[in-house]
Ligand binder design. Structure first.
Ligand SMILES: [Zn+2]
Ligand SMILES: [Zn+2]
Length: 235
């Protein structure tokens, strides 16, 4: 049986960052690792199998309809490298806007992701299925509207999946390297601040991959004392 490329990327990310956070943890690991891990990975499996498979059927239908209408304008009108970069930016901007919208209007369903008091790579999968369903349904429309192709989606999703595991990991990345990377991508310290109880009222660092959107939206903040941050929620 052929293993889908995205599954290989996710497996690689889990092993790599799993080993790194085990060998070099930033915070003391949770005292109830099994309970936490089973809830997070259980949600991840449910979302991947039930929600994402359903969305894939919709995506396939959308791609078939689009291929039957080559006259519809989309990214296909651009040179291939430009279309690839544009699709990448569009998909990443969409997630930034979605995440901001969740904090403003959808806290009731996004809150579950923030209730984890011990961030580690399993937190990357702790999402309410309703949030995953709604965000992916809206994204199907974006993909259909701009004519984003399966390969463009696969490239973005592979990078996003690695980023998601990386910035949730409890890996003690050297702070200078974390800070350097934070000008380009979301790093563990940036995301620790996003999950911090201290930023409950004024959340920041909403990007999922490129920090460009946080810079443009004036929501980029690097924590002064990352070790003092406490994850979880007060509301
Ligand atoms: Zn959030
Ligand atoms: Zn998170």
């Amino acid at each position: 049986m052929l293993i889908p490329p995205k599954t290989i990327v996710i497996g690689f990310g889990l092993v790599l960052f799993g080993v790194l956070e085990y060998l070099m943890p930033f915070f003391e690991p949770s005292r109830k690792p099994l309970r936490n891990l089973s809830l997070n990975f259980g949600l991840g499996l449910f979302n991947a199998i039930v929600i994402s498979s359903t969305i894939l059927l919709l995506l396939n239908a959308g791609w078939e309809i689009r291929s039957a209408h080559p006259e519809w304008i989309g990214l296909g009108a651009l040179p291939e490298p430009i279309a690839l970069i544009t699709s990448f930016l569009l998909l990443d901007l969409y997630l930034y806007l979605w995440h901001r919208a969740m904090h403003r209007w959808g806290w009731g369903i996004h809150r579950l992701h923030h209730t984890d008091r011990h961030l580690n790579l399993s937190t990357a999968y702790r999402f309410n299925p309703i949030e995953v369903l709604l965000s992916q349904l809206l994204r199907v429309m974006l993909i259909a509207l701009f004519g984003i192709t399966p390969i463009q989606l696969l490239i973005y999703e592979s990078c996003f999946s690695l980023s998601l595991i990386f910035h949730h990991s409890n890996w003690s990345l050297p702070q200078r390297l974390d800070r350097l990377l934070s000008s380009l991508i979301i790093t563990p310290n940036l995301h620790r601040l996003h999950h911090s109880q201290s930023t409950d009222a004024h959340p920041c660092n909403f990007s999922s991959l490129l920090t460009l959107w946080d810079f443009l939206g004036h929501t980029h903040h690097y924590p002064r004392y990352p070790k003092s941050l406490r994850s979880g929620t007060r509301s």
